[in-house]
Design a binder for this molecule. Structure first.
Ligand code: GMT
Length: 373
């Protein structure tokens, strides 16, 4: 097949999933054309079947807001026409689904199938915003196939956008081999001193991630034992989070690592992963932690209960319950055998349930279905 994949190039989960999928499809022999406004952070793979096309958004004095959606639609048309794409698979509905549907119209009579994968905030925060709702709904309804990364996101889409289309749940995935290789690395232990437990948080430091809760949980843990908090990622809340750490007197025990393409290189060897989000359609970072045998403490919202099994590979608590999350963290950190048991169960669950090969097969079945239609 000749497949176009459009995504955000950033460190966020939708870009990561799209890029990993592109690399896996290309490795299996499909011709894959990645379309984005910058080289995606995880596109590290050299393969004769894999191509990258940049969306350029020219500035013109009249445009206070350069129309990215139109530049993207134009680039999809160009790539589809000249590379003879069979389908375009867009990740994150806004504006990618609308641009792809527009490109399909422009290309007629050349057929181009549109597959849209919903990732989370494209529905729960952005798509739901009255300023984007109608166009988001249009892009989804007009797609030839729609997938969501969790059952929770499928329900939210149907309810919040009033969509009755068939939406197939295709979860995010991990490549077990990559996480196996990472096990030989020193990982999180590089940052810790003897006797310190290491807690990790990964996010884009947006309010929805509640990174202040991460600091509050860590503060409570720190009162019970020597510990270090590694924070991976970057975003708008980072300076305030750093400030909060200073006010709590624990900033010396917090290490800000910044954005990283391969998070498993830090996750291996960590004692605990924290994800106290306000909402989370899936929580790819939590899955990556489980794949590294790191137990997870998260909130019981959205798709997180589909990834983290409460009492088996982590603990799920209500949003904002920092005391509860800190108590659960201390319970795990004080009990080495429980932590090891949770870690092993987490890796087994990640490999059995979210294996890259079987998820890629699921996407491939969808591609064949829309092409046969
Ligand atoms: O808001 C973010 O966290 C970024 C966003 C993205 O598109 O990169 O993440 C969403 O998609 C990820 C990949 O499917 C999911 O793992 C995240 O749970 C989801 N984020 C939210 O729902 C908040």
């Amino acid at each position: 097949m000749r497949i176009g994949i459009s995504c955000y190039p950033t460190f966020g989960g939708s870009g990561v999933v799209a890029t990993e999928l592109a690399m896996a499809l290309a490795a299996e022999g499909d011709e894959v054309h990645v379309i984005s406004y910058a080289l995606p952070s995880r596109l590290s793979f050299i393969n004769a079947n894999l191509f990258y096309h940049e969306v350029v958004v020219p500035h013109y004095p009249l445009f206070e807001y350069p129309p990215y959606s139109l530049a993207l639609a134009t680039q999809i048309v160009e790539v589809a026409r000249h590379q003879r794409l069979d389908l375009i698979h867009v990740h994150y509905a806004v504006p990618n689904a609308v641009s792809a549907v527009l490109a399909r119209e422009i290309l007629e009579p050349q057929p181009l199938k549109v597959v849209t994968t919903l990732h989370g905030t494209d529905i729960t925060l952005v798509g739901n915003d009255p300023n984007y709702l109608e166009t988001t709904r249009f892009g989804i309804v007009k797609s030839d196939a729609v997938t969501a990364v969790s059952r929770a996101l499928r329900e939210a889409t149907q309810k919040q956008l009033g969509i009755s289309n068939h939406i197939e749940v295709v979860p995010n995935f991990i490549d077990p081999a990559r996480y196996e290789e990472a096990r030989s690395l020193p990982g999180a232990q590089q940052w810790s001193q003897a006797g310190e437990k290491v807690l990790v948080h990964i996010s884009n430091f947006r309010p929805v991630k509640r990174v202040f809760d991460v600091v509050e949980i860590f503060h409570r843990v720190r009162q019970k034992m020597p510990a270090r908090l590694l924070l991976i990622g970057d975003g708008p809340d980072r300076p305030k989070v750093e400030q909060h750490g200073r006010e709590c007197g624990i900033c010396d025990s917090m290490t800000f690592i910044g954005n990283l393409p391969l998070v498993e290189e830090v996750l291996v060897g960590a004692d605990l992963f924290l994800l106290p989000s306000e909402t989370e359609s899936f929580g790819l970072a939590a899955l990556e932690a489980l794949a590294c045998e790191v137990p997870v403490i998260a909130t019981d919202v959205g798709g997180l209960p589909e990834v983290v099994r409460d009492g088996e590979n982590g603990f799920l608590l209500p949003v904002g319950d920092v005391d509860g999350m800190a108590a659960a963290a201390v319970r795990l950190l004080e009990n080495d055998s429980m932590r090891q048991q949770f870690g092993e169960a987490g890796r087994r669950w990640a490999v059995e349930r979210f294996d890259q090969a079987s998820v890629v097969r699921q996407y491939r079945r969808i591609y064949h279905r829309v092409l046969e239609d």
